[in-house]
Design a protein around this ligand. Structure first.
Ligand code: 3PG
Length: 330
């Protein structure tokens, strides 16, 4: 079964060429500068084709122009961290739905989409185990002195502070329990009972979290409220030997303040999956206390790509077929 563009009747009567256009299935563009695993890309295309739409893959595109051109006649758009700003939305004349295959949708201009009547969704929870596993990996790596051959310390018995107890934070807690860590969490929007049921001790301010934690793992989204909110005021409260792990967003860090603080306190380490704007400075100043992955790797597993990508494909076709808008964020 295929779905057609809705065209005004006067156009339908005009030419046979336009009739051909009318019968063409709607296009769903999968634009991923950082591609999905091949197995995931295959499954995503199958879901879209099976539902009667045409999947179009735009992977590893080097220039923005490629995205602007490809999106022109797409009814649906699936992205990862790809920037979907006003210019992209403007170029997408047929666009009805954007699905962010992942959790954070700070890469999408929601106001611009809403102004055009375009629905935006995310796929919460689908890649959270992958991100959580990487967070624990970064903790082990940093606590073992970045595998440099010197004596490190263990996670067992240390206090882990989880900053925001959403899908990723909850998976971090579950895995950290296996390491024998003492786990506390702060989340202004999560009831204590949810944390207690997960074996996690709630604390009631960010200050309290940082004061008590040997390691803090960040899981806050990038919003107006959180941008540049993690800096001197909080990190300076951490006990000696502190480790800050960021698998959330680089924007939540106040980089200048963190650099200053790490210069003053030689015991603080920073391990991140999102390269800071000041990566070169961090690397030069703290070669033994700082690590960043070259490209965000948290959700980069075959399993997470498949789960998030297939969910995104199902949500896009579900909306285009019958208006299902679960996980809508605008
Ligand atoms: C997310 O928000 O889902 C994660 O940050 C993963 O992002 P990615 O799809 O760009 O790897």
């Amino acid at each position: 079964m295929s779905y057609s563009y809705i065209m005004p009747v006067k156009h339908i009567q005009e030419t046979t060429i336009e009739l051909t256009t009318l019968l063409e299935p709607m296009k769903i563009l999968i634009a991923t500068e950082k591609p999905f695993a091949a197995s995931a890309a295959k499954e995503i295309q199958e879901v879209i084709t099976h539902a009667g739409f045409t999947p179009v893959m735009l992977e590893k595109y080097a220039h923005r122009e490629a995205l602007l051109a490809a999106v022109e006649d797409a009814a649906g758009l699936i992205v990862r961290s790809d920037k979907v700003d006003n210019e992209v939305i403007d170029a997408a004349k047929q666009l009805k739905i954007i699905v962010r295959a992942g959790a954070g949708y700070d890469n999408i201009d929601l106001n611009a989409a809403t102004a055009r009547g375009i629905i935006v969704m995310n796929t919460p929870g689908q890649n959270s185990n992958a991100v959580a596993e990487l967070a624990l990996g970064l903790m082990v790596y940093a606590k073992r002195n970045f595998f440099g051959g010197t004596t490190g310390t263990e996670l067992k018995g240390k206090t882990l502070g989880i900053h925001a107890f959403g899908n990723v934070g909850r998976n971090v807690a579950r895995i950290a329990q296996g390491f024998g860590m003492n786990i506390i969490a702060y989340d202004a929007y999560c009831p204590d009972e949810v944390m207690l049921a997960a074996g996690v001790t709630p604390v009631h301010s960010a200050e309290e979290l940082y004061r008590q934690s040997n390691i803090v793992s960040l899981h806050i989204p990038a919003t107006d409220e959180t941008r540049r909110s993690i800096g001197r005021k909080l990190v300076s409260l951490m006990p000696k030997g502190a480790l800050l792990v960021n698998t959330a967003r680089k924007e939540v860090i106040n980089e200048e303040e963190l650099i200053e603080l790490m210069q003053e306190r030689g015991d603080i380490r920073y391990a991140t999956d999102i390269m800071p704007a000041a990566d070169v400075r961090f690397s030069e100043l703290f070669p033994e206390r700082y690590f960043s992955t070259p490209k965000k790797m948290g959700a980069q597993t075959a399993e997470a790509n498949c789960a998030a990508g297939v969910a995104a494909a199902k949500q896009a076709v579900g909306f285009l077929k019958d208006g299902t808008d679960k996980f809508r964020v605008n």
